[in-house]
Design a protein around this ligand. Structure first.
Ligand code: F0G
Length: 355
């Protein structure tokens, strides 16, 4: 019986890792590419969702964490550190647990979705809250790894991008070629940089005949790549991408320029509306940040950008169950109608006529 072996074993010869490094894996990757009939219908293109919430800890971070933790262990690390808006810390904690490493996470105080926090503590991480934002956390994490015996596993560690680029490989393996457009949310800008690495590598190997146009979407209140200036006080309900000074700024601009792409911002209202539509129309429940690419596609269409006849992949980066509080905010009380335990009362509440 065959099961997907995780991104290191599936793609080892294509990853720039120390030879023979033992894989610490939860069988991440191999995520579904789900056709969106809703977005295909609206755009006249062939729109696919790369559903990264289906990874073991519920976000794309697992792809880069299997490589980062495997390398950290091979290099003799005893403890690992990351700065995070939540998903990186959840993923790091899980892989560190498997590797027997001590996970230490730095998160911005009060801005982490509860699901992500639960994951980090369940996997045994020490969670340190910083009075500051993600950018402050990353600065501290870098300095810690420099002066103290802990290995840094943020995406400034190039081994992270090696793992994350496998998402591009999977897309080309499945579609038979690169898509025409690739849309995705952008925060610290590691993911868009990793996709671009992966697409370029496949093109060079002759496994793809073309490269996609990369379009990255940031939240309006945290859009440094759109304005070209860091945001000292980034703010958005999409806490995963609440980042004012992305670490992979240069690489992301290269991806934009080499692909003929661009960065744009979408408002929190657009993000939350896209999240809701995606859940109720396509059955795909993602966290707010993860809907930024879909919000971007809808915004492009409203501005008469055409995707007619194009193959479009939109990465949805993390699972909706990570942040149920934000999802439920729009709904008022969860239960509107309370009835006596009778079928007639249930039918009446549902507005159904007896047959
Ligand atoms: N979507 C989700 C759900 C994320 O968690 C992140 C980043 C992004 C998109 C943006 O990806 O940073 O590579 O541009 N989350 C990081 C974290 C910062 O700490 O979990 P990026």
């Amino acid at each position: 019986p065959h099961q997907w072996r995780g991104v290191i074993e599936e793609y080892r010869e294509l990853l720039d890792l120390p030879p023979g490094v033992p894989a610490i894996t939860l069988r991440e990757g191999g995520t579904p590419l789900v056709p969106s009939s809703w977005l295909s219908g609206l755009s006249g293109g062939d729109v696919w969702l790369k559903v990264e919430g289906d990874n073991p800890t519920g976000s794309f971070k697992d792809r880069g964490m299997t490589t980062a933790i495997s390398c950290a262990l091979a290099e003799g690390a005893k403890a690992v550190v990351c700065a995070s808006t939540g998903n990186t810390s959840a993923s790091m904690a899980a892989y560190a647990a498997r590797a027997g490493l001590k996970p230490l996470v730095l998160v911005p105080e009060g801005k982490i979705a509860a699901g992500k926090m639960a994951q980090a503590v369940m996997h045994g991480a020490q969670v340190i809250m910083v009075r500051g934002n993600f950018d402050d956390c990353l600065r501290i994490a870098r300095e810690m790894a420099w002066h103290y015996p802990v290995a840094l596993v943020n995406s400034v560690n190039p081994v992270r991008l090696e793992g994350q680029k496998t998402a591009a490989f999977e897309i080309v393996d499945f579609l038979g070629d690169a898509p025409d457009y690739h849309l995705l949310p952008v925060g610290n800008a590691g993911n868009i940089s990793a996709y671009w690495l992966g697409y370029r590598q496949y093109k060079e190997l002759g496994r793809a005949t073309k490269l996609p146009v990369m379009r990255g979407f940031q939240a309006e209140g945290a859009a440094p790549l759109v304005t070209g200036e860091p945001f000292p006080d980034p703010e958005t309900k999409a806490t995963a991408i609440r980042i004012g000074n992305p670490a992979s700024w240069k690489l992301a601009e290269e991806a934009r320029d080499e692909s003929g792409g661009r960065f744009e911002s979408v408002s929190d209202a657009q993000i939350l509306a896209a999240q809701k539509e995606l859940a109720s129309r396509d059955g795909v429940f993602v966290e707010p940040a993860s809907a930024a690419g879909v919000a971007g596609l809808l915004q492009d269409l409203s501005r008469r950008e055409t995707y007619v006849g194009a193959t479009v992949v939109v990465t949805v980066t993390g699972h909706g169950l990570k942040d149920t509080a934000t999802a439920l905010e729009g709904f008022g009380p969860l239960v509107d109608t309370v009835i006596d335990a009778e079928v007639t009362a249930a039918a009446e509440a549902a507005g159904l006529e007896r047959i």
